[in-house]
Design a binder for this molecule. Structure first.
Ligand code: PMP
Length: 426
């Protein structure tokens, strides 16, 4: 197929995410990708500013991940997890658990982040059913969150930036409180927890769990809030008998500057979801992890008390092998230091950068976000960056970079300079 034929067929028959079918955002035919460089079919090279939706933390075509996947491929790529288990899954679980809050000891494999969130929500509801609390089936969450595109995950996404407008009436109605008013670097103020306290005082009888992205909210609003909020939320959840779910799908594996964002506050949730960078961006996979309290509620010989979920590709052996190799790389190649360096370079390049169209520039760990007042200001940025040899895809009011951690200084500077030059052009 020529590039033109490929693009024509794609345009005629293939749906791309979140874009108009009449006036779609551009898609570029990729030939291969290596390190942080994406090579298109026409030979053009782009530096990756997105890590494939924040997952490809080691860049692409990594020899260690390739070797792990190839070795596993020669044994089996997949076997159903109902009735079987295997070394890649067990070894991955054994590797992962010591990295998580000490109370989290029970692991469920899922095939995507959204499914991991659905599983977490089902766990919470089944937990309360086992405690005889049949009315606890609603969820509380904070605005500007994002938890995935499947049904219940969507119901706890931000009502404005999420898809509530389109699916209103058919989505379950959940309880929203404002996003925490105290920002990451600000001094804690008890007032910031009052909305949650008011909500739980009134509705704890119906609420199974509070679900949130700890410290850094990603796709719902790119907002960084005080870790003390998590401490206060944990206390309230315990007081009002509500489970606490941390969605670390975007924040996990160093994106916020800590291996997992719960570490900023030392707060342990009851249930935690991890995905995206889990497999180093190689194959879709995720996990939902629970503490003993939640797990013990399923401790029964009655089949009706089993956790009712079992996706076809759960525990996929290729994904588990890639994930295991990815975590080993994290440990042996000092990734947390690489992330610190990315943050330092980003601060050096972006601190103080202003423009009348910019509301705020936010930076933390491996994330930088330029929020503009008017989303129209970012229209055309993807093509602009493409011409400058950078891949970037802003959304709503957010122009951001979440680069692979193996990026070199000059490549990162090129990604950031591209953002700055966009505002400088006439
Ligand atoms: N939760 C969070 C915080 C996410 O950022 C995402 C993906 N952007 C998801 C859940 C959903 O994950 P997936 O796309 O793998 O279903």
């Amino acid at each position: 197929m020529t590039t033109e034929e490929l693009l024509h067929f794609d345009r005629e028959h293939i749906w791309h995410p979140y874009t108009s079918t009449i006036d779609p955002l551009p898609v570029y035919p990729v030939e291969r990708a290596e390190g942080v460089t994406i090579t298109l079919k026409d030979g053009r090279k782009l530096i990756d500013g997105m890590s494939s939706w924040w997952a490809a933390v080691h860049g692409y075509n990594h020899p260690v991940l390739n070797a792990a996947a190839k070795a596993q491929l020669d044994k089996m790529s997949h076997i159903m997890f109902g009735g079987f288990t295997h070394e890649p899954a067990v070894e991955l679980a054994a590797k992962l658990l010591p990295l998580l809050p000490p109370s989290m000891q029970k692991i469920f494999f899922a095939d995507s982040g959204s499914v991991a969130v659905e599983v977490a929500m089902k766990m919470a509801i089944q937990y309360w059913q086992s405690q005889g609390k049949q009315k606890k089936y609603a969820f509380a969450t904070i605005r500007s969150g994002y938890h995935g595109d499947t049904w219940h995950a969507m119901s706890v996404c931000d009502p404005v930036t999420g898809m509530h407008g389109i699916f209103s009436g058919s989505l379950p109605v959940q309880y929203f409180i404002p996003q925490p008013s105290v920002r990451f670097e600000e001094k804690w103020d008890e007032k910031a927890i009052e909305p949650l306290k008011d909500l739980l005082e009134k509705h704890a009888e119906e609420i199974a769990a509070l679900i949130l992205e700890p410290v850094v909210q990603g796709a719902g609003g790119m907002y960084f809030y005080s870790p003390t909020f998590l401490i206060a939320a944990r206390e309230l959840c315990d007081r009002y008998q509500v489970l606490l779910i941390f969605d670390e799908i975007a924040t996990g594996f160093g994106r916020t500057g800590r291996l997992f964002a719960w570490e900023w506050a030392g707060v342990e949730p009851d249930i935690m979801c991890i995905g995206k960078a889990l497999t180093g961006g190689y194959i879709g996979h995720a996990v939902t992890v629970a503490n003993h309290k939640v797990f013990d509620a399923f401790y029964s010989d009655n089949d009706r008390h089993a956790l009712m979920h079992g996706p076809t590709f759960m525990g996929n052996a290729l994904a588990c092998s890639a994930a295991l190799a990815s975590i080993e790389l994290f440990e042996t190649q000092n990734y947390m230091e690489k992330i610190q360096k990315i943050e330092a370079i980003t601060r050096r390049e972006m601190e103080g950068f202003t423009d009348p169209r910019i509301r705020e520039v936010r930076m933390m760990g491996g994330c930088v976000c330029v929020e503009v007042y008017d989303p129209a200001v970012l229209k055309g940025y993807q093509e602009y960056a493409y011409k400058r040899g950078v891949f970037s895809r802003p959304f709503l009011n957010y122009l951001y970079a979440m680069v692979p951690y193996i990026i070199k200084e000059e490549e990162l500077v090129q990604v950031l300079q591209c953002m700055k030059d966009w505002f400088a052009r006439r």
